[in-house]
Design a protein around this ligand. Sequence first.
Ligand code: GCU
Length: 679
Amino acid sequence: ANDGYKLWLQYLPFENKAVADYYRDYLENITLIGESPTHGVIRKELEIAIDSFLEGKTKSNISSKNINSGLIWIAGTVDLPQNIKASLAERIKEIKEEGYLIKYFQGKIFVTANSDIGLLYGTFALLKNIQTRKSLEDLDILENPKIQLRLLNHWDNLNRTVERGYAGFSIWNWHRLPGHIDQQYIDYARANASIGINGTSVTNVNANALVLTPEYLEKAAALADVFRPYGIKIYLTARFNAPMMLDSLPTADPLDPLVQAWWMKKAKEIYSYIPDFGGFLVKADSEGQPGPHNYGRTQADGANTLADAVKPFGGIVMWRAFVYNEKTPTDRIKQAYDEFKPLDGKFRDNVIVQVKNGPLDFQPREPFHPLFGAMPNTPLMMEFQITKEYLGQETHWVNLSTSWKEILQSDTYAKGHGSTVSKVLDGSLHNYQLTGMAGVSNIGTDRNWTGHHTGQADWYAFGKLAWNPESNIDGITEDWLKMTFTLDPSFVNAAKKIALNSYETLVNYMTPLGLHHIMARSHHWGPGPWVTGGGRDDWTATYYHKASKDSIGFDRTEKGSNAIGQYAQEWNTVWGNPETIPMEYLLWFHRIPWNKKLSTGNTLWDEMALRYQKGVEGARWMQKEWTKLEGKIDQERFDHISSFLNIQVKEAEWWRDACLLYFGQFSKMALPAGVENPK
Ligand code: GCU
């Protein structure tokens, strides 16, 4: 049995004697030089791993001195023996702050780095190579992260509910902190460090100012102490009107000297509890949150006031671009660009603007956000959503790295062909001095952390892509499967195929052809294309699909809202024309008559119906393929995933039936051959 708590750090026992003998030689002869808390963590991780790989048959004996006998050497560059250091000098020069080198050399494996954290990352990388049973004599790996800030964002409330969380309650037990340190905090830090995550914002973006009071800062400091040896900094969400809420200031105007002084003092106080506090994450002027607009100020005014406060202590501000207002009549997806683009270059150098992957809100599929490539003088970071708010929530198996990769590879054309979103994020395109990627966490108190076992893969892949957005997702998925379940290639290959097909399948049964925001109201689970009214157009489905008896879709071309005008000319040309736009974005940008013949040869209605059907068939295929894998992994996780796949198939049918019945009232066309009649 396996409840999945150990994530990808299962350290699966060696499958036979030959494999065990091969690695045992190395694992019994490790030299680890250094004494920092991070070295303590490295030693502990090695012990856990060795104990598990060799099923407790070897007591690990990690030496901190025995210089000559070590077959695996884990030591900072300064601690390497002189002759080794001299021989590897060229490679060592390439190692940056958090990077590492793993090199097989003269019969030994050297793991080395310039920092303790680099050494920890290198150790996890070595363990990964053993977990995936790589030959150690080939090791020659030099890795440096491409992105500086690699963060999880928890939308966790102080009462332990999790906004858009589907895996239980918040793992942060504020009530027991700081007195009790739960083992889960430590395992959380291990898991994150193993994939290179170096920061976490632990509270909801819809922020409660209370977290900035001494009572909570003491608790947050206890978490920071746990995370520190793992190279993880803590960040907090700052409620913009905290000066009013906590200290009854008459205003939160960011240009008011009293307000500025308040933030300065608050920052000083926070740093007295947490000397390496990372900084603030802020949602302002959006969905009811207070912000600089309340005082006629700009987003830059707001961000800069907070940035000035944390600057003396080395802190940063991540200011979210998810700003929109129902009172602004402009197409909602245009508002962030309209607001932020004119502020390019107006932010302090310790501000980074955090932009969602697409211009709406974590839909199953959106084109990339037009701000990417449009702010050369203000660093932008990515915000992906790991939790599956609009993607069926935790019971659907959807491999999110497929969709993230699509966004990361999108070409902004900001500096001509090849100006991908990845290159915006890694800073190379605009020479950003701050770079980052955040993922809205999908974890909670569920025994397996993420509800669906495969939700762990999304957490894992997020870390890997934050480290290097160019990473190959086929490899990421395969490694994750091997480390999490089994090395049996018949399982790994089949499960990988299911995973890599899952994203397109979900898009087909939920929002094919560029449809968006047609989920049920407020909780966003299940179909709701009929949702209308309710006081706020931009939270309704009909605002987005605009189905009528003739057509469907949102005209965002020049003749419509001209959201398309926020993209490069190259995209205007391709996306602006319904004949050349990729089908995936058709109804995102265009209004199309139901009976229009598409390039596929089908009418729009037939194409839509066939795609919904294909989505359902895709879900059934996933289920069928999964069934064949019974016996290849433990029954507990096999059954868990099976039952979720049953739910997924049912909900895929529900989506298809609901959407086709609803839209059919407008098209009044018959279902094409091959599409099942709604039940
Ligand atoms: C979505 C989500 C909200 C969240 C918001 C945000 O709208 O439904 O729960 O607060 O995004 O990202 O701020």
